[in-house]
Design a binder for this molecule. Structure first.
Ligand code: PMP
Length: 353
């Protein structure tokens, strides 16, 4: 008998961005990590949490963290679920919504994980190509979709979608609509108000990016209580460890720290954008902590390799439509200055050949 389900055998695994070994010296601009450290309050909370109580299971529902999230977004606790990173939250949402042959509608491009999660369920993925500007097309084929998954601002482009268009999609859709707001803290607008307007909408967030906590794996969703209750059924019993729960509360108690980092990142996003435009890059308008760029003459892969040789890591997606672009996470100012200098050298070197 075959041990592995054929759906799993056939599917491609999600491949995360390259993580160099500890101690390898890279300027790391490939996985949208925040270059600033987390709030000192987070570190203090973890230090306080290290002790004999680790022998005990954590609160299974992460209630203190859910209460903190609920009070920030002015919803009851029953509207909130917390998880081991937004990725786990996405996984739960997909598992409660789509089964075999159900239609999952996603934009193309989008966060690659959605397709992987659909494949676990043997759902059918319908990819709706974004228009030339990587914006939503006027006709978004919501009919028959059991679930629609969108990232806003989108990844890997960084471009925001028009909120009115998103609202129209939520209104028209009969199935579940999940808006993944992993990068919303870097954007001018978000769609959190949709959860109160529409019964079929889930908004997901993460503390990985704006709160600098990739390493702890803290994500959450807000939606109406029936959907949250269903997601609770499929989650692991103790899906958030004790330290993450404490750290999550502490991070959300220090919004000033998060906002200060976000302000710096936005400033450097603008700095890098302007410098790259001068170097003849096309830079898509980003509302995230990364930019998506292509050069007018040199292939993205060639630039990727040259940067790699200079120990600068960026992200290249070898997929149609994306392979001409590089995604560059915003680092600290000095890293952005160094990147521009290295790119100038690469372009100059080519001119001289
Ligand atoms: N959604 C999007 C669009 C992302 O880019 C990421 C990060 N790769 C996630 C969700 C997952 O975030 P987390 O670290 O909380 O799992």
């Amino acid at each position: 008998m075959k041990l592995i389900r054929s759906a799993i055998e056939k599917m491609e695994a999600y491949v995360p961005g390259f993580q160099p070994k500890e101690g390898e010296k890279f300027i790391k601009l490939n996985t949208n990590e925040n270059p600033y450290p987390p709030s000192p309050r987070v570190l203090e909370a973890i230090r306080r949490g290290i002790g004999a109580s680790l022998r005990l299971y954590p609160n299974p529902l992460a209630d203190s963290l859910r209460d903190k999230i609920a009070s920030l977004f002015k919803v009851p606790r029953e509207w909130v679920i917390a998880g081991n990173g937004a990725d786990e939250i996405l996984n739960m949402a997909v598992r409660v919504t789509v089964g075999k042959n159900d239609k999952m509608l996603v934009t193309d491009p989008t966060y690659i994980l959605y397709e992987v999660l659909a494949n676990f369920q043997e759902a059918k993925v319908i990819k709706c190509p974004l228009n030339q500007n990587f914006d939503l097309p006027n006709q978004f084929p919501v009919e028959g979709a059991k679930m629609i998954l969108m990232t806003n601002p989108n990844s890997p482009t960084g471009c925001p979608f028009d909120k009115k268009k998103l609202e129209a999609i939520c209104r028209k859709a009969k199935g579940m609509v999940l808006i993944d707001e992993a990068y919303a803290d870097f954007a001018d607008e978000n769609c959190m108000d949709f959860v109160k307007k529409f019964k079929n909408v889930i908004i997901t967030r993460t503390l990985s990016k704006s709160f600098s906590l990739c390493g702890l794996r803290i994500g959450f969703a807000i939606s109406n209580p029936e959907i949250i209750e269903a997601m609770m059924k499929v989650k692991d019993s103790y899906n958030m460890n004790r330290l993450s729960q404490l750290a999550g509360v502490a991070a959300l108690q220090d919004l000033d720290w998060m906002r200060q980092g976000v302000r710096r990142i936005k400033r450097d996003r603008e700095f890098l954008t302007q410098k790259l435009i001068k170097l003849e890059f096309k830079v898509l308008p980003s509302q995230a902590n990364f930019i998506f760029v292509r050069h007018s003459q040199i292939s993205a892969l060639e630039i990727y390799k040259c940067l790699y040789e200079k120990r600068i890591l960026v992200r290249h997606f070898n997929r149609p439509r994306l392979r001409e672009y590089l995604r560059i996470s915003i680092g600290v100012h000095q890293e952005m200055v160094k990147l521009v200098k290295v790119l100038e050298g690469i372009l100059k070197g080519r001119d001289e050949k």
